[in-house]
Design a protein around this ligand. Structure first.
Ligand code: ADP
Ligand code: ZN
Length: 537
């Protein structure tokens, strides 16, 4: 503890070389370790595979006492423990599946100073004076892995993690290192607040994947659209993500009928069948796997050249994780998302319904979780239906900075100029926004659409909405077109939807700015009339 951080870091570099065999640190690993050695709190946000574990494992070797690592899954802890033991590191675990003898042995080692690292599940720390015992045994640092689990704004909220909020008070002098691979700035703030971090070093890595080209396309006919992408990559590996098990079966069947070497993969299959599909994919006997989101944990093919999403994912976190499976060899790969407004509206009512059920069943966190779920879905929708550079959006979503080149990123549909822009965007937007104001922000998208199209409906007459100056202003557009414009305006936060049984459309501050001509709205041309799509059958 008397050595300076600088020289401590140098000593550490040698230990890292000796123990782990790494000659060089990855980006931000050094900064994270320096924070731990200085006794400063830190939040580390690095992509999966970025090397988060080393940030706490290495300092634990040179620090006095031991480092507590909080991790959500027993299986993850076991993996890390084995790998550390393989490197000759003194590490242990305390969990609920151990025998009393095993636990007693670990405690004894801990008290006699034989362990550098101790793994533990969050719920243990809430039990009696378990944590007090750790402090007595020489706890000198705390690492919270998968730290986004503490935030209901995150995509994997775990009520157990909330217990970690008391650690700071119970061990005020012990530095806390929080680590995660997926945290928007809001989730990052929440992590810092919940864990009561003091002036933490915020170390956010680079999440950009420059070798991936992103495209987001309205869904018309999923199978023929997907086939198009697959044919661009004939004989190469790809993953198609679908929402439901039966979609996986059906889409795989449809693609197979077109000659694609493909298998479905989902949780409803027997373990044996799943393994067969997985083996076929890994051994290159098939090229394409059509999977529900559950897929992917154990599958590690680095030459995946394309990832297709058949429908809107629930959040940017999932999207980024799933597209992240493309091009892991660093070579170019393509990510195409096919979506429709119905995905968004359908997901939203599904979330609201299941929250209401959970609420009734007495799940106390159902409401806050719904809030987080809806927010993430809204961001995903904004990403899909909006028209910002996709690389820039993704990097900024996770709190990074992205330099926009004059010619764009060169690797997304927006920058490549593939989205047909609507020339009259501003005028169309103003008509729609005025109509929402006329409707006194009390009606849904369907009604607003009908008024704008001048529909001769009894309800409209009874309400007197056919007297509005905005009545029939978009009579030359189809219903689907007007709906698409409205969805795009919602996505860009010029309009907002208040949740509820009958979602109502309202104005936002930037919507008002567009009405006044202070801000310029952009819209792209809505897709051609929709045919029946396999993703929703
Ligand atoms: P994360 O937890 O961020 O997903 P890991 O900690 O599991 O990532 O590390 C991913 C892989 O990178 C591991 O195999 C690890 O051994 C390796 N690794 C970590 N740091 C370095 C480094 N500085 N040099 C080389 N390999 C590293
Ligand atoms: Zn771009």
């Amino acid at each position: 503890p008397t050595t300076e951080p600088g020289s401590a870091l140098q000593a550490l570099a040698e230990r890292i070389r000796g123990v782990f065999g790494f000659d060089r640190l990855r980006p931000l690993q050094g900064e994270a370790m320096a924070a731990v050695l200085e006794g400063r709190d830190a939040l580390v946000v690095l992509p999966t595979g970025g090397g988060k574990s080393l940030c706490y494992q290495a300092p634990a070797l040179v620090k006095e006492g031991f480092t507590l690592v909080v991790s959500p899954l027993i299986a993850l802890m076991a993996d890390q423990l084995h790998s550390l033991e393989g490197h000759g590191v003194d590490a242990g675990v305390l969990n609920s599946v151990q025998t009393p003898e095993e636990r007693a042995l670990t405690w004894a080692k801990l008290h006699s100073g034989q362990l550098d690292i101790l793994f533990c599940a969050p719920e243990r720390l809430a039990v009696g004076d378990f944590f007090g015992g750790l402090v007595e045994a020489g706890l000198s640092a705390i690492a919270v892995d998968e730290a986004h689990c503490i935030s209901h704004w995150g995509h994997d909220f775990r009520p157990d993690y909330r217990a970690l909020g008391t650690l700071r008070k119970r061990a005020p002098g012990v530095p806390i290192l929080a680590l995660t691979a997926t945290a928007s700035p809001r989730v990052q703030d929440d992590i810092c607040e919940q864990l009561q971090l003091r002036d933490p070093a915020r170390l956010v890595g680079n999440f950009d994947r420059p070798n991936l080209t992103y495209r987001i396309v309205p869904r018309e006919n999923l199978v023929s659209q997907a086939l198009n992408v697959i044919q661009r990559h004939a004989g190469q590996a790809g993953i198609v993500y679908v929402m439901r098990r039966k979609d996986a079966e059906q889409v795989a069947g449809d693609l197979a009928a077109k000659g694609v070497r493909v298998e479905p993969y989902h949780a409803g299959m027997t373990p044996q069948k799943r393994k067969q599909a997985q083996d076929a994919f890994l051994s290159e006997r098939i090229d394409v796997i059509v999977a529900t989101v559950a897929f992917g944990m154990g599958i590690d093919r680095s030459d995946v050249r394309f990832v297709i999403h058949a429908a809107l994912p629930k959040g940017v976190e999932q999207y980024s994780q799933e597209t992240g499976r493309a091009g892991r060899d660093g070579l170019p790969a393509e990510c195409v998302l096919f979506y429709s407004g119905a995905d968004f509206h359908g997901q939203r009512s599904l979330m609201e319904r299941s929250a209401a059920e959970a609420d009734e069943a007495g799940v106390t966190t159902a409401r806050v979780e719904l809030e987080g779920n809806l927010e993430r879905l809204g961001h995903m929708w904004g990403f899909a239906a909006g028209a910002f550079c996709r690389h820039r959006f993704l990097v900024e979503y996770f709190g990074g900075r992205f330099e926009v080149l004059p010619d764009g990123c060169g690797a997304c549909d927006v920058c490549l100029g593939e989205l047909p822009a609507e020339d009259d965007a501003q005028v169309i937007a103003q008509k729609i926004l005025s109509c929402v104001v006329h409707c006194r922000q009390g009606y849904g998208a369907g009604h607003v659409t009908n008024v704008l199209r001048g529909a001769k409906l009894k309800k409209i007459e009874q309400l007197g909405h056919d007297q509005f100056t905005t009545f029939g202003l978009l009579a030359d557009k189809s219903q689907a077109e007007v709906r698409s414009y409205i969805d795009q305006l919602i996505a860009q936060e010029y309009l907002r939807v208040s949740p509820g049984k009958y979602p109502v459309i309202g104005m936002t501050r930037s919507g008002l700015a567009v009405m006044k001509g202070e801000e310029q709205a952009t819209l792209f041309k809505p897709p051609a009339p929709k045919k029946k799509s396999a993703a929703r059958s």
